[in-house]
Write a protein that binds this ligand. Sequence first.
Ligand code: ZN
Length: 461
Amino acid sequence: MLHLSKSFSLLCVLILAVVFSAARSEAQTDAAMSADPKIAAALKQVSADRIQANIERLVSFGTRLTLSAQDPESIAAGHGIGAAREWIRSEFERYSKDCGGCLEIKTDSFTEQPTERIPSATEITNVYAVLKGTDPENAKRIVLVTGHYDSRNSDTLDVKGDAPGANDDASGTAVSLECARVLSKMKFPATIIFLTVAGEEQGLNGSRHFAKMAKDAGWDLEAVLNNDIVGGDKSAEQDHSVIRVFSEGVPVASTEQDIRRIRGLGGESDSGSREVARYIADVGRVYDAGVKPMLIFRLDRYLRGGDHSSFNQQGFAAVRLTEFREDFHHQHQNVRLEDGIQYGDVMKFVDFDYVAHVARLNAATLAALAAAPAPPANVHLLTKGLENDSTLSWDASPGGLATAYEVVWRATTSPEWEHAQNVGNVMRTTMKMSKDNVIFAVRALDAAGHRSLPVVPTPER
Ligand SMILES: [Zn+2]
């Protein structure tokens, strides 16, 4: 008996050692956040079947070209972008009914004047749902998920022909919808916005208008997650285990003065967008979304653009999520069979389980940020004297949720935060290492372990 139990304990120790080393090697960091069991449970509610039904519905409108029909007859007939818009609105309203009216459903409508891809003045409507934060101070903070509900075929001016856009971007629209359905059952101190925009294919018109509105209204928009082509196209070379996360390096909204500072400090890889990308990577390590973020340190793919850049233009942190490998036979193509090749962005190429995984990653990121305290303000690195220690100071995280702060750091050559040290509920700390050798940041945390986005300090002389 004794012998048996001894070998049993030895086995347990061995198993634990293996599990521990596996967890360590996967994380490759001791700066990871901790999982919130409520968020982990909510992710299980994300449904591939519902996502499939929603994409099917969006495809059923024939075309969702921004220039397509939006008159009452077409809406009643279920054809064109107007019908798609009304359906999205009704879907958000249904989710709101299920949570006792917890969502505020809004539209952002405007008339776009003629441009290269808009032959005559066209009304463009963004549809969104607001899950207002429960804490009056923190409700001013916003995190946002978006996808574009417009579509196109080979000809971006073809208002009549089919443009199913199942992957581009009914998949991203379905992510916004499913995040709204699942997260509206929870409460967060900060606000979450679930957005679907139009006009993307005509020149990012919808997102540009929305981002400018947010800027003009002074919104405290902490992070924007743009999902565009997240259908996991079923091509042979697809990697369904990863999702690419694109983020800008030097912010497009930088002033000359910002750029001088960035150049001097080696801050090329610390834009707000990049910190959001790193946060998503962290979320991918601690929550089981079913897909792993693959960080790409550039704004977007070559020669391509997306709605996140509209937010970047206004100085907001915004990233783009896109499947690992796009199939260009299935994007911006008339549906047709040619030389044995099926062209067109149709349902059969979309992997609904994959879209559900991406929706889980989005939901976890939105929830983690909306549950967290605001980032600390006015983070500074004291550089007055020549010394090998590094003193950081900051103002309290606004909104009163923070109970402590962490200093995180990484080697200047490392893509992600490697270490974190809890320094308690203080506004100043000295690290026994040289600021010249690492990149520091400070983040706020609450009693439950929710982490804010980290803030890289500016030097104070
Ligand atoms: Zn797209």
